[in-house]
Structures are given as structure tokens and as C-alpha cells.
Design a protein around this ligand. Structure first.
Ligand code: CMC
Length: 435
């Protein structure tokens, strides 16, 4: 399946006889797009779309979102079905390869990922360069970027086998990198991965275990972790994925590109929102304070946002948030936590916001980050690890999108234009003559 021509759109420049006939292109799902590539040649104008709200930057077959209906598909499969029936590694295979694996393919893929989980031993010493209290996302940006200094043998991006090996290495090693960032923070020895454990299970092992005693991963928590990873695996052309594609469009190696994606994910408007939600709930403190907090949110001068709410694409409930909310109840129940004041506060906050004109008029609904932090906190993760966990799960999405871009025959370096509003050309004034 590829995009098909579907009519055209003609634009005429007012006051001139210049016009441009722009082909309309239709994908499998979603609105048609106008191909504006020749508009500058035809009319001598650029298009202006800060934040890219109306711009399709690439053709992709990986993930589809219908923001109005609250639909999310990975390679055509609804997220609800994958969350219920699949596993993170199966979803990873699907995102990378386009189809669900057969039994043999699944075994090969899992063996491949689970056998590349160790880091080059010299990377251990790399961690010592960070302050003990370094944020895990800072460590992840640094260590993932540093992988390109350790795995020279797979950096030729024109070689499909190198791309495949790098993809395996990245997916396999990010959980180890993230778990070690935490161990470094708390001063415990790094735990080596155990290749007999599943992907999420191994991460929980490296995160929680200590060498002094045996550690058995709670299977309920391993399944919850796996599910959270499925929900975060890909989300089409969001800021971090676009960052990965833009960095990759220059021919940069995949480790450098994923490090760029991690940096982009870190911000509170994107992946950093899960951490920000818990800070926000902590600040609100009690249900009785919700109305005052929401007044601040609605006050345009306050710059306060309801974190975990709103999305550029979803103008309906984020389907991931629904699954996350149900998982939250389940995990708390299974952990024997009868009452979680944070969950009660979040539910009440959501209820009040969803009935408030401000949020209704702007179609602001809970997104994936609204409930994820509550689950992660209940599972024993410190707040600073929340976004790092998002990065671990999203790595497969980033690398799938990067691979797709490299293989796209239309791929060119990403290079947006601008409206220049600075000073017009002027002559240099020597210091002595400046007023
Ligand atoms: N709280 C209060 N007002 C909001 C919020 C919010 N969370 N989100 C959007 N609005 C308002 C915004 O001020 C604007 O109002 P007005 O029309 O009066 O100027 C209107 O809603 C439209 O919003 P926008 O700023 O045009 O939306 P955007 O697409 O540029 O931003 C967003 C999307 C996700 C950055 C934003 O909704 C936000 O900052 N949300 C909170 C942070 C968050 O939860 N981020 C996680 C996103 S999902 C996971 C991920 O991507 O990692």
C-alpha cells in the first residue's frame, strides 16, 4: 500500500496570474494531503506552519492516529487489542517489520534482542563521569549517544545489516542503560542482565535486584511493565520521533539519532509530562484544592497547565489513557494498595476537568501521561525514572521510524524554511561611531 493521487488543489496568487496546481495525495486512512513541494517554484512563496499542526513531514506505514475518534493503530492493529493480547517484544517486531511474527520469527527476534542486553564493559566507567544525582534522562542522553563510540562495527547506515544490528543493540541495551542510571543514583552495584528473563522482567530485575540476595520478579508487575511499554512503543510523528527523523536525515548514525530523540522526549510538554503530573498532584495535595488549582490553569497569565491533559492530535480521550487508567486500578489492587490518595485525587481532577467548559470547549482530555505516573510510583519507581521508562519503550518506535526513513527513496535532508523578520541588510558600524 502506498499513497495514491486523489485530485488536486489549485492555488492562485491574488493580484497576479500565477497559480500552482498541487496534487492531493490520499493515504490508507486519514485526510488527503496537498503536495506543496513545487509551490515555491510556481508562486515564489513558502508555506507557514509553526509547530507543524497542518504539515505531513513524511509518508509512513507504521502508526496511525485518528485524533477525533481516539483511535491508535500500530501497523493497522488497534492498541486495545495489542495491549490485551500481545507482548512488548511482539509489538516491537511488528513495528519494525510490519507484520506480526510467526512462532519461528518471534523466537529468533526475542533471542536476538535478549542476547544483546549487556553493555560494553567500558561503559560502566562512563557512568562515573556523571554526578551521583544526575537525572536518569541526562544519563540516557549521554550513554545512548556514547554507544556510537563503542559499536563502530555497525555504523554504516547504507548497509541494511548494520541497520539491523544497531536496531537490535538499541532495543536490547536501553533497559540496561536506564536501570544502571538508577543504580548509579542510589549508589548500588550495577546488575547485569539475565538473558533467561523476558524484556520487561529483565528490566525490573536490573532495576530492583542487588547482588547480595536472590531476587524474583513479581510476574504481575512484569506484565504491567510490559503493557506500559506496549502503550508507549510508538506514536507516529510526535516531537521526539520527528527529532530522530530530522537528525537521521543528515546521515547521522542511529545511536546519535536516538540520543537526540531522548533529549526531545525529556520536555514536560512531551514525555516529561508523566513526571510533571506527579509533581502537580503533589502540589494540589487534596481534593478540596482542585477548584483553586483549575482556576490557575484557566488563568492565561499563570502559565500553569493541567499536566497529563491535552494533545496536539487527540481531541478525544487518548486510548492509551483509558487502558492506563484500568491498569492503574488493577496494579494497585494486585499490590494490595486499597486506597491511593494520588489515584483518588487524579480521578476527581479528571472528573472535574472533563465537566469544565474550559476543557470541554478546547477538547482537552487525559493523555497517556495522566495515569502512568501513578502506576509507576506504586511499582516503586522514583519520579525521576518515569520519563526514562518512556524512552526505553519508545526506542523501538524511534528506530522503526528511522529505518523507514532511511529506506524511503524520497528521503532528503530535513530543512525547513522561515519567515525572516529580523533587520534588513545594513552596513557594519565601527565601535567608535555607535551611539
Ligand atoms: N492545560 C490547560 N490548557 C491547555 C492544556 C493543558 N494541559 N493543553 C492545551 N491547553 C489549552 C491551550 O492553552 C490553548 O488554549 P487557547 O486556545 O485559549 O490558547 C488550547 O488548549 C489549545 O492548546 P494548544 O496549546 O494549541 O495545544 P498544542 O497542540 O500546541 O499542545 C500539548 C499540546 C500536549 C503540548 C498541551 O496540551 C500540553 O501542554 N499539555 C500538558 C502537557 C502534557 O500532558 N503533555 C503530554 C502529551 S501526550 C504524551 C507525549 O506526547 O509525550
Amino acid at each position: 500500500m502506498s499513497a495514491t493521487a486523489n485530485g488536486s488543489l489549485t492555488i492562485t496568487l491574488d493580484g497576479s496570474n500565477k497559480s500552482s496546481k498541487l496534487p492531493l495525495i490520499q493515504g490508507t486512512l486519514g485526510p488527503a494531503v496537498a503536495d506543496i513541494r513545487k509551490i515555491y517554484n510556481d508562486l515564489g512563496i513558502f508555506t507557514f506552519d509553526p509547530g507543524y499542526g497542518a504539515t505531513a513531514s513524511c509518508e509512513s506505514k507504521i502508526t496511525y492516529i485518528d485524533g477525533d475518534e481516539g483511535v491508535l493503530l500500530y501497523r493497522g492493529y488497534p492498541i486495545e487489542q495489542l495491549a490485551e493480547k500481545s507482548t512488548f517484544l511482539e509489538v516491537a517486531y511488528l513495528l519494525l517489520n510490519g507484520e506480526l511474527p510467526t512462532t519461528a520469527e518471534s523466537k529468533d527476534f526475542e533471542d536476538g534482542v535478549l542476547r544483546h542486553t549487556m553493555l560494553h564493559e567500558q561503559l560502566r566507567t562512563f557512568y562515573n563521569g556523571f554526578r551521583r544525582d544526575a537525572h536518569p534522562m541526562a544519563v540516557m542522553c549521554g550513554v545512548v549517544g556514547a554507544l556510537s563510540a563503542f559499536y563502530h562495527d555497525s555504523l554504516d547506515i547504507t548497509n541494511p545489516e548494520h541497520r539491523r544490528i544497531s536496531a537490535f543493540r538499541l532495543i536490547a541495551k536501553v533497559p540496561t542503560i536506564a536501570a544502571w542510571a538508577h543504580k548509579y543514583n542510589i549508589g548500588q552495584p550495577f546488575m547485569y542482565p539475565q538473558n533467561n528473563l523476558g524484556y520487561a522482567e529483565n528490566f525490573l530485575y536490573m532495576f530492583n535486584a542487588v547482588p547480595a540476595e536472590p531476587y524474583h520478579v513479581n510476574p504481575i508487575l512484569a506484565r504491567a511493565m510490559d503493557l506500559i511499554m506496549i502503550l508507549h512503543a510508538d506514536h507516529e510523528q510526535n516531537a521526539s520521533t520527528s527529532t530522530v527523523r530530522l537528525a537521521g536525515s543528515t546521515g547521522a548514525n542511529p545511536f546519535a539519532c536516538i540520543a537526540a530523540g531522548i533529549a526531545s522526549l525529556w520536555g514536560p510538554s512531551h514525555g516529561g509530562a508523566n513526571e510533571a503530573v506527579l509533581h502537580m498532584l503533589g502540589e494540589i495535595g487534596h481534593v478540596k484544592n482542585i477548584p483553586t488549582f483549575l482556576e490557575q490553569v484557566k488563568d492565561k497569565n499563570s502559565k500553569v497547565k493541567l499536566m497529563g491533559f491535552g494533545h496536539r492530535v487527540y481531541k478525544n480521550y487518548d486510548p492509551r489513557a483509558k487502558i492506563m487508567q484500568a491498569t492503574c486500578h488493577q496494579v494497585l489492587r494486585e499490590l494490595g494498595i486499597k486506597d491511593d490518595p494520588l489515584l483518588d485525587l487524579a480521578i476527581e481532577l479528571e472528573k472535574i476537568a472533563l465537566n469544565d467548559r474550559y476543557f470541554v470547549d478546547r477538547k482537552l482530555y487525559p493523555n497517556v501521561d495522566f495515569y502512568s505516573g501513578i502506576i509507576l510510583k506504586a511499582m516503586g519507581f522514583p519520579l525521576s525514572m518515569f520519563t526514562a521508562l518512556f524512552a526505553v519503550a519508545r526506542t523501538v518506535g524511534w528506530i522503526s521510524q528511522w529505518q523507514e526513513m532511511i529506506e524511503d527513496p524520497e528521503q532528503r535532508i530535513g530543512r525547513p524554511r522561515q519567515i525572516y523578520t529580523g533587520a534588513a541588510k545594513r552596513d557594519y558600524v565601527p565601535l567608535a561611531q555607535r551611539g
